[in-house]
Ligand binder design. Structure first.
Ligand code: ZN
Ligand code: MN
Length: 504
């Protein structure tokens, strides 16, 4: 059921938005956080489990060192302080996908805290940097996965029965929580997206996770509240859960701004609740009320030792961090010959790594950028998927570019070839052959088409001969149409002027 909303511009003229983002990232460790079970994705249900991750009585956890190391590296990359001493805590709640009936998490003693991440966005006044304050990054474990079978929606309501797979239970998670993000004004949706994009880049660059939003290895909860002015107290917030693409992060913020504004203007109050995001309709619906603060009865985990990372270890990890993302962005922008503003577009499109990979595979930087931030971004948007899940390889782009450079393809045909690649029709050359997409290089058919075009519009020849060369456009257009876009426009122009005996 959809709720009333107010136009975004109007909403933003009346209210000041405050954002909060919680990101859960699944670490790419070989084994789980507290046992030796494999974390491999896609195995048969309940084949990667043991007494520890099934929560059987008497089983004792043992901490994954790489899990802790990854948490520290993430904390450092986000400019956080690293705790000298911290503990795990039990977060008690009862849910079938949590076999222990508590989640081993961290509560008042997170391993990393007080950090920030700077993100750039493109504003009316040019490129602008927003500093997103980070409250904490803590370690915890993932739950199992429920499947509700037999209903229309995949949700529990209306299902005939439910299944649970504990393979995911106990996979290490890092939860990264921002402080309230203020001062974004109308750019709140863009800042939210840019933050998640930048965070994803950093995590991928650290090599700690595959950060696939679609497979759930990076999941984002979006908190939003509105207040009358930036000086007012914080309003009541809603929490939109599991927003699983960059595009949806931006849309979910925009939607909540318009929904909150409509309610507040109508004199209604905002209900503190979690909300479900619906990718297909672009709206969220009410989930669980959070009006009554849940009591998780947190207490320190008695089965695990406190963690006291030595300062030497922390400094070692700091020294081995990959290149600072801002430095890296500046270096890549220079290598690719683009401005910082153009780089911002690339970063926020989530295309940095894709372009880097394509360039490493021999594609010209300008071409790689053109494809990934242009045509491919457009297609990803249309299909409502992430850019990096499009089935196109750097080799495909490289081959298309080769064919353009050699004159065998023009831009229009290249887009059709790409369409074929995305539709899984095979490699570039076989698609060109199968779809008959080569540029017509033989002058014979081109001359025939030119003659036909001139015959259809006798006056145009005289116009061109009289020196109005711009009139050639209509002839070239007619030839392109006659050859279904397979002519080389520059060659057609040349032949036309030859035919009419005029020189350019
Ligand atoms: Zn296990
Ligand atoms: Mn959590």
């Amino acid at each position: 059921m959809s709720e009333p909303v107010m136009k975004y511009d109007e909403a933003i003229s009346k209210f000041d938005p405050v954002l909060g983002l919680e990101v859960h990232v699944e670490l790419g460790t070989q084994t789980k956080m507290f046992c030796g079970c494999s974390t491999e994705f896609g195995a048969q249900p309940n084949t990667q489990v043991c007494p520890v991750c099934l929560g059987l009585p008497g089983a004792l956890p043992a901490l994954n060192r790489i899990g802790v190391e990854s948490a520290i590296r993430i904390g450092l990359a986000l400019n956080c302080e690293i705790a000298e001493w911290c503990r795990f805590a039990r977060k008690n709640y009862f849910y079938p996908d949590m076999p222990k009936n508590f989640q081993t998490s961290q509560y008042d003693e997170p391993i990393a805290f007080e950090g920030y991440l700077d993100v750039d966005i493109d504003t009316d006044e040019g490129r602008k940097t927003f500093r997103v304050p980070i409250e904490r990054a803590h370690m915890e474990e993932d739950t199992g996965k429920n499947s509700h079978v037999g209903g229309a929606t995949g949700r529990i309501h209306g299902a005939d029965y439910s299944l649970v797979d504990y393979n995911r239970a106990g996979i290490p998670l890092i939860e990264i929580v921002t402080k309230p993000i203020e001062g974004t004004g109308k750019y709140a949706p863009e800042v939210a997206r840019a933050y998640v994009a930048a965070l994803r880049d950093i995590l991928r660059n650290l090599g700690v996770s595959d950060v696939k939003m679609e497979q759930g290895s990076l999941r984002c909860d979006v908190n939003l509240s509105l207040r009358a002015t930036p000086e007012s107290e914080l309003g009541t917030r809603s929490e939109t859960k599991n927003v699983n693409s960059l595009r949806s992060v931006e849309r979910a913020v925009r939607y909540e701004v318009t929904r909150h504004a409509a309610r507040l203007t109508a004199g209604e109050r905002i209900i503190q609740e979690t909300r479900h995001w619906h990718e297909d309709t672009g709206i969220s619906t009410s989930g669980r009320s959070k009006e009554q603060a849940e009591d998780y009865r947190y207490f320190p985990e008695p089965d695990l030792m406190p963690i006291a990372p030595s300062r030497e270890w922390v400094e070692e990890l700091r020294a081995s961090l990959p290149e600072n993302p801002a430095v890296r962005r500046a270096r890549l922008a220079q290598a690719w010959g683009i401005s910082e503003l153009e780089m911002t577009t690339v970063v926020n499109a989530g295309a940095v790594e894709l372009i880097e990979t394509a360039v490493a595979a021999g594609v010209e930087p300008a071409a790689a950028r053109k494809w990934w931030t242009g045509e491919l971004s457009r297609i990803a948007n249309e299909r409502e998927v992430e850019l990096d899940s499009l089935p196109v390889s750097p080799a495909d782009l490289g081959r298309i570019e080769e064919l353009i450079a050699s004159g065998s393809l023009n831009d229009k045909l290249a887009r059709q070839v790409l369409e074929g690649v995305l539709a899984g029709e095979g490699d570039v050359d076989s698609i060109v052959a199968k779809r008959g997409l080569g540029v017509v290089t033989d002058d014979g058919p081109l001359l025939e088409a030119i003659d036909a075009a001139l015959a259809a519009d006798p006056a145009v020849a005289e116009t061109i001969k009289s020196g109005k060369l711009a009139a050639a456009g209509s002839v070239v257009g007619a030839v392109m149409k006659a050859t279904r876009g397979q002519a080389d426009a520059a060659r057609v122009r040349e032949l036309l002027f030859e035919r009419l005996g005029v020189s350019e």
